[in-house]
Design a protein around this ligand. Sequence first.
Ligand code: ADP
Ligand code: MG
Length: 263
Amino acid sequence: KDVAGEVTKVDGGPQDDNAGAAPLVVVENVNKHFGELHVLKNINLTVNRGEVVVIIGPSGSGKSTLCRSINRLEPIDDGRILVDGEELPKEGKELARHRADVGMVFQSFNLFAHKTILENVTLGPIKVRKVGKQEAEKHAMELLDRVGIASQAQKYPAQLSGGQQQRVAIARSLAMKPKVMLFDEPTSALDPEMVNEVLDVMTELARDGMTMIVVTHEMGFARRAAQKVVFMADGQIVEENTPDEFFTNARTDRAKDFLSKIL
Ligand code: ADP
Ligand code: MG
């Protein structure tokens, strides 16, 4: 039942004390350009174990680029990004292994169209984590059950609704036993009636102790699940606060202006 909890075990006894205290993700003085465009401007961000951080901000402010940098889908110009105390290697086999520590769920679900739901979830563990087929399938079924899709395991992605496909995408990421999960606007491509079924799965994941970085404009989710809201604008982190403080008492005009448009 408690599969994600088992994956992310936050306090595993006395010998884990040190590991528990160190932040899980550290972004340190990170800069990135796309040509002339300074897209990430000296970003500093710390995410503790079991913490849920929501990143919000106007379109084009660098939220996706930051997420993509954290699992090295985008190279950074300077600064450091540490996951569980280790800098992600630049390339090679090591990178694939480290990247598997950082689960990522995108706006578009990107499931493999010609593989069943079950195969979508077992593929990564079998190929990258070198898990046996039987074990991978057992774990996959537990995860599919957790996101409420177990009965659809033999179907193909096109036979599922958008909300169901996104829940499969979450299960697929969890199957790699990531240390942290990144969500980049996971509900913004969904029909409104499917948004909550995905947010509910994410909320439960958060409750079970998963460390999460979530780009979303879903304020309800932020208030319910996040410990910290980070407001980005123009490639910078402009404000960082608790959801309550941020939504009721934003400090900067930029944030107030943004909130007035989305609330
Ligand atoms: P957000 O997710 O906050 O909307 P992005 O990180 O997607 O912002 O984009 C930040 C800025 O970087 C935007 O101005 C965008 O046009 C630009 N950008 C993003 N990806 C690329 C790329 N691969 N090449 C050039 N410019 C890019
Ligand atoms: Mg984006």
